[in-house]
Design a protein around this ligand. Sequence first.
Ligand code: AMP
Length: 285
Amino acid sequence: MEIIRDVQEMQRRCGDLRRQGKRIAFVPTMGYLHEGHLSLLREGRRQGDVLALSIFVNPIQFGAGEDFEAYPRDLERDCELARREGVDLVFNPKRDDLYPEGFATHVTVSGLTETLCGESRPGHFQGVTTVVCKLFNIIGPDVALFGRKDFQQLAVIQRMARDLDLAVEIRGMPIVREADGLAMSSRNVYLGPAERNQALALVDSLRLARRLVVSGARRAAAVLDAVEQRIRREPLAEIDYIRICHQETLQEMEEVTPDSVLLLAVRFGKTRLIDNHVLFEELNP
Ligand code: AMP
């Protein structure tokens, strides 16, 4: 496994591999790897001849007062986990190399980014699409893997890839959960014991919504009410949003259909958690 920090060197190395006819699979991350990231790497390993992983805590997707400085980092451990998953190339660029003095170009996807997480995190998705576009240009992947945990992010990146004719297949992967159901996230380490316990209300409310839909509920308002009541039982929970939206357009829906996704963002103390479920799909257990 090679660890590359230099942008030009990574671009050269990936260019050489592509000229040799190698298919490159790419998993972009901010590091502090957990089983969710590893599931993407395993699928990437199956998809590509070469598996590239980027580890970069991207400053431009954090707003003022967000957790850029505090974001957990452990490059050594990440590299050990990556090695075990058969990663070939780890790209760990320096901030100033990706964003040198005078950096002035951003990628903006309109429509999908102003809603949901974009409401409380203005500029966040522009930071994401800009860095992902740069990473795609450096690496030139044939396929890139993203988790459905960040449902809106996946929709935004799919839109960007289509709109900008990027020659990369974007693959969305299932949410990986802890044994008790909490969606894995690098930010879960911020949760104190009481917060961690109460955070189970998220997956619990998704399960409740799923049960309602299985038993015939189709009015989004009724499902949203039940979800809200469940989450409000937790004294530490502060709801950011609970919505039922169309999977591709992210427009709110009044009826639950096979295209509907239930999306949640809830704060527990200083930690903002997101989760979601496509209501016509099974949710185990
Ligand atoms: P991050 O390091 O948080 O930027 O995440 C990197 C990638 O891992 C993104 O595509 C995320 O959607 C994905 N990811 C994060 N958590 C999970 C999870 N619990 N299950 C599946 N994918 C995940």
